[in-house]
Design a protein around this ligand. Structure first.
Ligand SMILES: C[S@@+](CC[C@H](N)C(=O)[O-])C[C@H]1O[C@@H](n2cnc3c(N)ncnc32)[C@H](O)[C@@H]1O
Length: 437
């Protein structure tokens, strides 16, 4: 059996008190000085846990028995948590979740070498029905079909008849599609998952099935839409490699949200912020942190959420976005808002930075994917000497890494705000303004 230098072995039971929460929903405890990470254990919990694995630096253990609860522990309102791994904190009251997430954010920044000592105002969200974008995995096995999310730390699909993160209408659709697919095992075997998107006001709903089919064969799946009357659009992602793409089979592929008085359309294949309740406050924070006037360069622009919100206060705005479908949405949204002067360029953020001249009084907004911007992009931004950088991030560790690179290039944070776009999960959205030192 695996044994580390301090005597723990895989299979041992340990009794520990959780010192604090760390990123990814883990509780950090110590056993005779050795760090033990315990999924779903909360700060202050005293637990008996069974060691699952050991590395040179730490052990990982699963809770066997909760001996004494920490503050804020509650009975999970979701009967599928655990084993469903879609949430990390269903068993912690909401005030406790916000406190924990702020502490995890501070710690992630400090660990990355970019500590922040100032305030972090955090905006909370209603805990249920917030999600407008959802991806459910499908497992079709001889013992039945499961549609849901992975169990924590695995690729085992947990069937999820009802997810509290999404609306009743979205739950109705995913169940209807699961039932319809259960009647067609020949199709179900070739479907990997279901993507759902809903308008912020619930007026539209679009589904896309991720398939392992050729587009010609996948056309037959259009019949599945009959099972889900709430759908206003339905399609499949089909085809191989570079030819793999979304094919619309019914209705329209778009959902909508109104933000700061402007309707924004987003295709099911475009990225859009997934919390219907916090769109307005997130966009408003970016506007508030960006000084008026000058030229705005909005990197990773999506369908134009920030670019259009910033347009009124700026002399000019340009967005850069890699996904051509999102760029089409962004241009449509700008036209519809009478903001045709906001330009959107399809391409890579780094390429756009290197191939364009910096404007004299430039403000740069960036909202990269979970992997962060990376050193090349950060250095290319800093080299333009913008008057301000506003960084919107959904992953505290990669944010910390990029803030360290910004600091080395002379840009340091002067304001940090957090938005709990993903209640009950371990995710947190952060907006940081950076100024030249
Ligand atoms: C987190 S989303 C942000 C979108 C938008 N700012 C919003 O709030 O709705 C990141 C976006 O970056 C785009 N993207 C990913 N890699 C990119 C790259 N290398 N260059 C430009 N855009 C990229 C994705 O397609 C996605 O739309």
């Amino acid at each position: 059996m695996a044994r580390d230098g301090r005597g723990l072995r895989a299979g041992d039971a340990v009794e520990v008190v959780v010192e604090k929460g760390v990123y990814r929903g883990l509780g950090l405890a110590r056993h005779e000085g050795q760090v033990v990470f315990v999924p779903r254990a909360l700060p202050g919990d005293r637990v008996r846990a069974r060691v699952q694995s050991l590395t040179s630096g730490y052990a990982r253990a699963e809770v066997e028995e909760l001996l004494a609860p920490g503050p804020g522990r509650r009975t999970s309102p979701c009967p599928f948590f655990p084993p469903c791994g879609g949430c990390a904190y269903q068993h912690l009251d909401y005030a406790g979740q916000l406190t924990l997430k702020e502490q995890v954010l501070r710690e992630s920044l400090a660990r990355a070498g970019a500590p922040w000592e100032g305030d972090i105002p955090i905006t909370g969200s209603p805990e249920q029905g917030w999600r407008t974008r959802a991806s459910f995995h499908l497992a079709s096995r001889p013992d039945g079909l499961r549609l849901g999310l992975y169990a924590e730390g695995s690729h085992r699909v947990v069937d999820l008849p009802r997810c509290l993160q999404v609306s009743e209408a979205m739950n109705g659709t995913q169940r209807a599609l699961a039932a319809a697919l259960a009647k067609r095992p020949d199709w179900a075997r070739k479907v990997r998952g279901v993507e759902l998107a809903e308008s912020a006001d619930g007026s539209r709903q679009v589904a896309a099935l991720e398939t392992e089919m050729d587009p010609a064969a996948a056309v037959a799946l259009a019949l599945l839409a009959d099972a889900a009357p709430a759908l206003t659009g339905f399609g499949v992602v089909a085809g191989q490699d570079r030819r793999r793409r979304f094919h619309l089979l019914r209705g329209e592929p778009y959902v909508e949200a109104e933000v700061r008085g402007r309707p924004l359309r987003s295709h099911i294949g475009s990225f859009f912020q997934g919390n219907r309740f916090l769109l307005e406050s997130l966009a408003t924070a970016v506007v508030d942190l960006t000084p008026r006037g000058g030229t705005v360069l909005d990197l990773y622009a999506g369908v134009g959420l920030f670019a259009l919100a910033l347009a009124e206060g700026a002399d000019s705005v340009a967005g850069v976005e890699l996904n051509p479908t999102a760029v089409e949405d962004a241009r449509h949204n700008a036209e519809r808002a009478g903001l045709g002067r906001v330009r959107f360029h399809q391409g890579e953020a780094r390429q756009a930075l290197l191939s364009s001249r910096p404007a004299p009084d430039e403000r740069v907004i960036l909202d990269p994917p979970r992997t962060g911007a990376g050193a090349d992009v950060v250095q290319a931004i800093a080299a333009r000497r913008p008057s301000v950088v506003v960084y919107v991030a959904c992953d505290p560790p990669t944010l910390g890494r990029d803030l360290k690179t910004f600091a080395a290039a002379g840009y340091v944070p002067d304001a940090v705000r957090a938005f709990d776009l993903f209640p009950d999960t371990f995710h947190l959205e952060t907006v940081v303004r950076l100024l030249s030192r």
